[in-house]
Write a protein that binds this ligand. Sequence first.
Ligand SMILES: *Cc1c(COP(=O)(O)O)cnc(C)c1O
Length: 350
Amino acid sequence: MMPLRIDLHSDTKTKPSPGMLEAMTRAEVGDEQLFEDPTVNALCERVADLLGFTSAVFLPSGTMCNQISAAVLCRPGDEIIADHNAHILTIEGAGTSVIARAAGTMIAGQRGVFTGEQLEAAIRPISRYAPRSRLVAVEQTANFGGGTIWPIDVIADIVSVAKRHDLLLHMDGARLLNAVVASGVDAKTYCDGFDAAWIDFSKGLGAPVGAVLAGDSAFIEEAWRWKQRMGGAMRQAGILAAAALFALDHNVDRLADDHANAKLFADKLTGIQGLGVDAKSVETNIVLIDVSERAESAPEMSKKLRAKGVRIGAIDTTTLRAVTHLDVGRGDVLEAAGILAELVADETAK
Ligand SMILES: *Cc1c(COP(=O)(O)O)cnc(C)c1O
């Protein structure tokens, strides 16, 4: 097996840059859970402002943001409505069933995005026999949809349907800033009408750890209770918050490079027999490759690529997912596309 040279497995693979590490070592710190860490406090204020909320809380992970938000906004037996591939319902260990003790109902969206009409159809009539429809979760961008951006008019529709039915709204904004950079719509506008929203720093923004969940002050006060309860309350976390602040200053606009690299990667694979790649649908930093027409499964292809020094994950038996990020450049992406094309050509020749 060749050493790993190009890692397109996920944008979580970034390592802190020298500039980020320096910011971390210079961070002014204190006891975070007593609100004595000035760097964490500054980060929370900045993210609350960015997303258009009054308050925010720093958490160790995006998963904890999703889980705490669900726990605050749902009562046991309530129902969360999300796309059928939504991270909050599908790959967090059924946390919403365990922690919030909420049920989930899934909508079959298009590439991770559903419409107001689909939402309307999924809302249950009020009845003591049924779970109470309570929380609508939007994932901006839709990870397993292929980094799809929820258009702002679709979001506005979702918000209006939700409000009409007295539902609450949660934004899983793990990659919200990718959507902002790609679309030019600002984060506040995307979050307008939502009860809670969060962004992740350990994805495309390039920080090692951390996410910030925002909402109104009553929501954040209750979120703090859950943070404490779940062991997410920290101490000198300013070292981590400094990385996040550095990321907001230096790593947001450059997400456009990741988007251009993803597009380039998709373009290079377009037209190769047996690889289903729709370059037009690549809106941000994620490229889905449908390999259902090939004899080998996606996990088998992923393994063969890894043996050639390239890591691209399989998200199911027929789909590969490549994610561009800060630590892969244009040259890497071209090389990875070449290696994948070669692998496919070798197999076709057999
Ligand atoms: C990564 C991710 C999460 C979870 O974030 P972690 O920081 O890895 O816990 C949640 N939602 C989406 C859409 C993600 O991509």
